[in-house]
Design a binder for this molecule. Structure first.
Ligand code: GDP
Ligand code: IMO
Ligand code: MG
Length: 431
């Protein structure tokens, strides 16, 4: 009954999509447990590029079943578009391989409009959200006025839920945010259209996944975002509104903690972040632009330029601690290929006090200084390396340095976006 959770262990965009795609080959089913279409998971297969927002990256492997769990917030419009994109690219069996938990909450136009309106109102204090209605939908879930995927089964329920949401949002849009109120009938009609596609895919998610696990199937669990964006463990308030931590996989799928057999953290060989909030090892503008170009660091969902910085050990140490990581899967090593020297943030000095872990709270008034170590670069291309032995000596030393700093083994090294640009240092990830 092995279940392997893959979590992003920085601020998202670590390359989870690529890693989940590769490891799907070893699994029977792949499940998402949190987030929504704020996620952008890019997978390159041959000459084709797929950007997945809601559907687990396992969908690109023949025969793999995929579940969108109860903890995900599903925008029916975005999901329908994604299904259509996959079918138009030749995945005709998406309808038979994709399941959606009927308890997953739905993102409606109200929450998307409110997300954008609230960001505008925050002005300079904005979070830099993706504008996909994520925070407002989790908010409505928590205040118990949200609409769930199962409600799509009945026109009566659709209408009742939409009317409830309209009653709440309309006065706010009109009187506070100056936003045109969506027409209730239009929203209902659109949902009835999406229901035709999505209702046949609905399942009792927890029952579905627990039955697979009971049957001894290998389940891969795909995190979205990253641990430092976790609503509880991230750089609040500059976070997303869900729990990418493996605990989120238990609640977001209806799985017992005992069912989770391993947790692997995807870590970029440097650091990136999109949106606002602290990023201690961030490069200056000029060097940031260079690495951004080298690494193609532009948001897969919003196209925004990603902020770039050196590898930050205190960030990954906190992620490893709160997630109980067993191992690290290191991506984008090749992006550092040309550098003469490379820095690693090894510790911080926060308000004059040394610490080796990212602080649980960090305010604007806190002083934070990063303590760096410099190592020589390898100035050799790694993107065609197929084995660990083929990597340049200094690249191996860089990998060993990260292992030493975090105290975890690096089980995979990724050196280009393709499936074959992946160096495995162990064979079986479900063992
Ligand atoms: P995710 O959100 O964690 O799935 O990551 P994204 O897909 O948003 O961003 C990662 C980007 O890096 C994607 O465009 C991937 O195709 C690309 N990528 C993944 N692994 C590698 C790698 O080892 N080297 C390079 N150069 N690109 C990679
Ligand atoms: P993947 O799965 C990187 C960031 C946003 C913003 C904050 C809150 O591709 O790694 P939200 O729209 O969630 O309310 O925005 O979280 N963010 C991400 N950053 N990768 C992501 O997903 C992200 N999803 C949300 O930029 O700072
Ligand atoms: Mg992404």
């Amino acid at each position: 009954m092995p279940a392997l959770v893959i979590v992003g262990s920085q601020w998202g965009d670590e390359g989870k999509g690529k890693i989940v795609d590769i490891l799907s080959a070893q699994s029977d089913a792949v499940a998402r447990y949190q987030g929504g279409s704020n996620a952008g998971h890019t997978v390159i297969v041959g000459d084709k590029k797929y950007v997945l927002h809601l559907i687990p990256s396992g969908i690109l492997h023949e025969g793999r079943m995929c579940l969108i769990g109860n903890g995900v917030v599903v925008d029916p419009q975005s999901l329908t578009e994604e299904i259509n994109m996959l079918t138009s690219m030749g995945f005709n069996d998406v309808y038979s391989r994709l399941k959606i938990s009927d308890c997953a909450h739905l993102v409606l136009p109200y929450q998307k409009l409110m997300d954008v309106a609230q960001e505008k109102q925050r002005g300079a204090g904005k979070i830099g959200t993706t504008g996909r209605g994520i925070g407002c939908t989790y908010g409505d879930k928590t205040t118990r006025c949200g609409m769930r995927a199962g409600d799509l089964r009945s026109e009566k329920k659709i209408r009742a839920k939409v009317e409830t949401l309209a009653r709440y949002y309309a006065p706010l849009f009109e009187k506070v945010y100056d936003v045109p109120v969506p027409n209730t009938e239009d929203v209902v009609r659109e949902l009835l259209g999406y229901a035709k596609t999505l209702v046949p895919l609905l399942v009792d998610g927890p029952l579905w996944i627990n039955n697979l696990i009971k049957a001894g199937k290998k389940v891969l669990i795909e995190g979205a975002q990253g641990i430092l964006l976790d609503i509880d463990h991230g750089t609040y308030p500059f976070v997303t509104s869900s729990n990418p931590t493996p605990g989120g996989a238990c609640t977001g799928l209806g799985l017992s903690p005992q069912s989770i057999t391993r947790v692997a953290g995807v870590v970029k060989a440097y650091t990136t972040r999109v949106g606002e909030g602290p990023m201690p090892t961030e490069f200056d503008e000029k060097f940031g632009a260079l690495i951004r170009t080298e690494g193609g660091e532009f948001g897969a969902t919003t196209g925004r330029p990603r902020r770039c910085g050196w590898f930050d050990a205190p960030v990954v140490r906190r992620a490893a601690m709160v997630s109980g990581l067993n191992e690290i899967l290191l991506t984008k090593l090749d992006v550092l290929d040309k550098l003469e020297t490379i820095q690693l943030g090894v510790r911080y000095r926060v308000n004059g006090q040394e610490t080796d872990i990212f602080p649980s709270t960090l305010d604007e008034d806190d002083s934070l200084e990063v303590i760096y170590e410099e190592v020589p670069g390898w100035q050799t291309s790694t993107c065609n390396c197929k084995t660990y032995d083929e990597l340049p000596e200094n690249a191996k030393k860089y990998i060993a340095k990260i292992e030493e700093l975090i105290g975890l083994p690096i089980a995979v090294v990724s050196v280009n976006p393709d499936r074959d640009g992946t160096i495995f240092r162990k064979e079986d990830f479900f063992a």
